[in-house]
Design a protein around this ligand. Structure first.
Ligand SMILES: Nc1ncnc2c1ncn2[C@@H]1O[C@H](COP(=O)(O)OP(=O)(O)OP(=O)(O)O)[C@@H](O)[C@H]1O
Length: 313
């Protein structure tokens, strides 16, 4: 048994033009982390951070420039076959022949992976993704959400212990996102280690037990979701005042101050430098009386902005 589901060591990827190894885009810069067994792991980062590059290296679609990676204990260079057999990847884009039915899509993919006919799980997989009644419909007649679910089933035909989803919910409406995540949680409960990238931070916070953040090709955080959220140094206080306010109050410990209504302001402040009482005192000293106060803890989105913004140290 392997210790980590995926182990990534000093991975660097430069998209270099042929014969010019030192030029071109450095998409990953010395990235190392482990995806632990059995959890739901979030890989986050702004657009262009390098997430898809890392997933494509796992999938064997992109070659790394240096470093090493093992999947389920199998080195991707020395044991590519077993590494590949240990992972199922749900790509960002929907890719299958529209003239095949879902049952055929799964059967053909299983054939591609060399799964013997007697061991194919087409019916079981279609049931798992709630597509049994569409088994014999043309893939082109499926809704966007159904196609996404079929992609998840397709990634699971060879029963890999690891499932990787590259932004599966981009452009998918709220209900379908929920359905897809329920499916992912269900697979995870059955023992599948899940890695996902998403732009919806609240979903990452809800679903993932551990999160790595990549920014400009560098790993900038690799922590449990709880630890990451606790890193939020900022707090937001929303104040309702006794009269209209024209100019948002300013202070050097405020990272953001905005008028949210005729008589209300939302102030984001650094918890290390002041507390909510100090904010109220400051507003009082400027002649305002406070009618109502609410505060909000930093969430993953706040932490993400802090870590990936250029002002982050
Ligand atoms: N085939 C390629 N040739 C040259 N540069 C590339 C290639 N693929 C990606 N890049 C560059 O590498 C960097 C990382 O891209 P990547 O697609 O891995 O980012 P990402 O984090 O997945 O972004 P997104 O969230 O937008 O999908 C980007 O600057 C991108 O332009």
């Amino acid at each position: 048994m392997t210790e980590a589901a995926i182990s990534i060591r000093n991975i660097t990827k430069r998209y270099a033009p042929t014969g010019k190894q030192d030029e071109g885009k450095l998409a990953l810069d010395d990235v190392s982390f482990d995806v632990p067994l059995g959890g739901i792991f979030g890989l986050l980062g702004p657009n262009g951070a390098g997430k898809s590059t890392l997933i494509n290296i796992m999938a064997g679609l992109v070659g790394k420039t240096s470093g090493s990676m093992s999947i389920w204990g199998f080195d991707i260079d020395r044991d590519r076959r077993n590494a590949k057999a240990s992972i199922g990847i749900v790509p960002q884009e929907i890719v299958f022949d529209p003239f095949f039915t879902p049952a055929e899509v799964l059967d053909n993919t299983a054939g591609f992976y060399g799964v013997p006919k007697s061991e194919r799980r087409t019916d079981e997989l279609l049931a798992a993704v709630h597509l049994s009644d569409k088994a014999d419909a043309y893939a082109r007649s499926l809704s966007g959400g159904m196609k996404r679910r079929l992609l998840v089933a397709k990634a699971m035909v060879h029963s890999p212990p690891i499932l990787v989803l590259d932004e599966p919910t981009a452009g998918v409406d709220v209900d379908l996102r929920r359905q897809l995540w329920e499916l992912v949680v269900d697979l995870n409960k059955r023992g599948v280690t899940v890695v996902l990238t998403t732009h919806y931070l609240e979903e990452a916070e809800e679903l993932c037990d551990r999160i790595a953040i990549i920014n400009h090709g560098k790993l900038i955080a690799d922590k449990t979701t709880r630890e990451l959220v606790a890193m939020g140094r900022e707090k937001v206080v929303v104040l309702t005042l006794d009269r209209d306010i024209d100019v948002a109050p300013a202070h050097e410990a405020f990272s953001k101050s905005e008028i949210t209504g005729d008589r209300s302001v939302a102030i984001t402040y650094d918890m290390d430098r002041m507390n909510a009482g100090d904010v109220l005192t400051l507003l009082n000293s400027q002649g305002y009386s406070i009618v109502d106060v609410t505060t909000r803890e930093a969430d993953l989105e706040d932490v993400f902005v802090q870590l990936t913004s250029d002002r982050a140290s």
